[in-house]
Ligand binder design. Structure first.
Ligand code: AMZ
Length: 267
């Protein structure tokens, strides 16, 4: 099991243009946007902002200065309402950060082939599809055939063990493991697993569902939801996940990005 896990952690960086051999497990800062601002919500509930910053581009550049090699951009209006209201600022972040060699993954409101292809043509490394993948699985297959599976991440956001879509307002009957296996077959290159039960609460993680998913598929799994300490990062690394998206803990100063990168490097 140990070997399988390590292989899976290696797959992700190997698919990337820049070879970051040391970074077998990546800490990826989240830049979630709502109404043009960079925000952090509690369990994704609109109005629960614990962080609200006026200039998402400046925030993104700050993570890059602090050592981020990949950024996770989410258009929360897009995820919740299906309208990508933060597209202009996302485009600005993508063009500015790509020049610096930073990989960008974007999610939230990508609901069509055209949405995804426009972002990929702009220089986004991976598009993240949640709602559209669950509602129209063939879209994953089409995008993967057209752009290559390394560009396609499916978001499996789970509440009480069941997938949630449409900005976490609608629950599906499916489990992350069922859907992870299905989307791997359809051509997803990676999965983003968000544990909504712990997301934004900063009370720590539950590694069990991440581990279960990692062990059920062969593609890389990026974990998300509830990280609040450096120890959480180390625990998630041990599940075999390829990386972790961190939001509130970084924004509220639980630890710095530099400390996070250092902590997982030597673990
Ligand atoms: O916070 C939320 N309510 C929320 C959120 N962060 N809802 C969805 N998302 C993220 C998912 C994924 O990265 O984790 O948006 C993306 C999926 O969006 P969509 O529009 O494809 O379902």
């Amino acid at each position: 099991m140990e070997n399988i896990r390590k292989d899976k952690q290696r797959i992700f960086p190997q698919n990337l243009p820049e070879t970051l051999v040391y970074m077998v497990f990546e800490v990826i800062p989240a830049v979630d946007m709502r109404g043009g601002k960079c925000v952090q919500l509690v369990q994704g509930v609109p109005g629960s902002e614990i962080v609200s910053l006026d200039d998402p581009l400046e925030v993104a550049l700050d993570w890059v200065r602090k050592g981020a090699k990949t950024l996770h951009l989410v258009d929360l209006d897009g995820a919740i309402e299906g309208k990508r209201k933060n597209a202009p600022i996302i485009e600005k972040i993508v063009s500015t950060c790509r020049e610096k060699g930073v990989r960008i993954q974007v999610g939230g409101g990508i609901r069509s082939f055209e949405d995804a292809s426009a972002l990929l043509k702009l220089g986004v490394s991976r598009v993240i599809l949640g709602t559209a993948a669950l509602q129209n699985p063939e879209l994953v297959k089409r995008l993967s055939s057209a752009f290559g599976n390394e560009c396609i991440t499916v978001a499996l956001d789970a509440k009480n063990g069941k997938i949630s879509i449409k900005g976490w307002t609608e629950e599906c009957a499916h489990t992350p493991v069922e859907m992870g296996r299905k989307f791997e077959e359809l051509g997803a290159g990676s999965l983003l697993f968000t544990n909504i039960d712990t997301e934004g609460l900063m009370q720590g993680i539950n590694p069990a569902p991440t581990k279960e998913l990692v062990e059920s598929v062969s593609i890389p799994v990026i974990a998300s939801g509830g990280v609040s300490s450096l120890q959480d990062l180390k625990v998630l690394k041990k599940t075999g996940a390829a990386g972790v998206v961190v939001g509130s803990a970084l924004y509220t100063g639980r630890f710095t990005l530099e400390a996070a990168i250092e902590a997982i490097l030597h673990d």
